[in-house]
Write a new protein. Structure first.
Length: 270
């Protein structure tokens, strides 16, 4: 499924796509990824649902202007505006990684209403931030000037670490390609330098106010965000359920596609 539509918001051009018919399901990607991580799942579900994909500003096919904020708060506002643009009142929302914090802030702080929420290996509550994140924050502009081949090598190593089973060459190439352009290289480091854990502290204080069905799904081998964080997140959300998928790392979409598809179907068809 392609994201070949455009939504203009506060100077940003947000790429999005829609397919199928039925109740609306919106997928939110994480960092440093794009809607590509969800495209196969959207295709599979489009027979029974109207599925929506979008690339957050600064990611994928969306605009990457240096002056535009790409932190959690800005992305949550963009998501809420996009839902309004689509005229969706209570969609089912499925989020991965950074998209978890964005979808939570959009409903808890921006007033977006969901029918339900499924959170897959999400960045949502503290602590977060790898050693690599901390390094980039110390040198916010230096890495922009790296030779392209060194930048790509760093990027490929970083993204590869999100998978437990290992990514195929074509999978890895599709995930890193948006960051390997003239605009993409500085955009990759910019989204890390603007990463503000205070938004996650805010989520931790407010997730207990959620009054919708929530399912938390985690890879048992997630090396980026340990399952203990997922279990703690589920414990903070009243009435939520928690599922741990054996053999899956942070990129469950690639490590355990059948198991993730099964959990999606069980959740969305309830």
């Amino acid at each position: 499924m392609d994201v070949d539509e455009r939504f203009s918001w506060e100077g940003r051009s947000i790429a999005w796509g829609r397919a199928g018919s039925g109740p609306p399901v919106v997928f939110c990607h994480g960092t440093p990824f794009s809607s590509r991580v969800w495209s196969r799942y959207a295709d599979a579900l489009s027979a029974d649902f109207t599925v929506y994909l979008w690339d957050m500003p600064g990611y994928g096919e969306s605009s990457k202007h240096p002056e535009h904020a790409v932190d959690f708060g800005a992305q949550a506002k963009a998501f809420a505006a996009l839902l309004e643009h689509w005229d969706l009142e209570r969609p089912r929302v499925v989020a991965h990684d950074f998209g978890g914090a964005v979808s939570l802030l959009a409903t808890l702080a921006e007033g977006a209403a969901y029918e339900s929420l499924m959170l897959v290996d999400v960045v949502a509550i503290p602590p977060s931030g790898s050693a690599f994140f901390q390094f980039v924050k110390r040198y916010p502009t230096t890495l922009d000037e790296l030779p392209a081949y060194i930048h790509e090598a760093i990027l490929r190593a970083y993204v590869s670490a999100a998978s437990h089973r290992g990514l195929r060459d074509e999978e890895l190439a599709a995930l890193v390609s948006p960051w390997c352009t003239e605009a993409g290289q500085p955009a990759f480091y910019r989204q890390i330098t603007q990463y503000d854990e205070e938004f996650l502290v805010q989520n931790e204080r407010t997730v207990g106010n959620l009054a919708i069905p929530v399912k938390v799904v985690w890879g048992s081998e997630d090396a980026w965000i340990p399952p203990a964080t997922g279990r703690r997140l589920a414990g903070l959300i009243p009435g939520s359920s928690y599922v741990e998928v054996p053999g899956a790392g942070h990129l469950m979409q690639y490590d355990a596609p059948v198991a993730l598809a099964t959990e999606l179907r069980k959740w969305l068809y309830f």
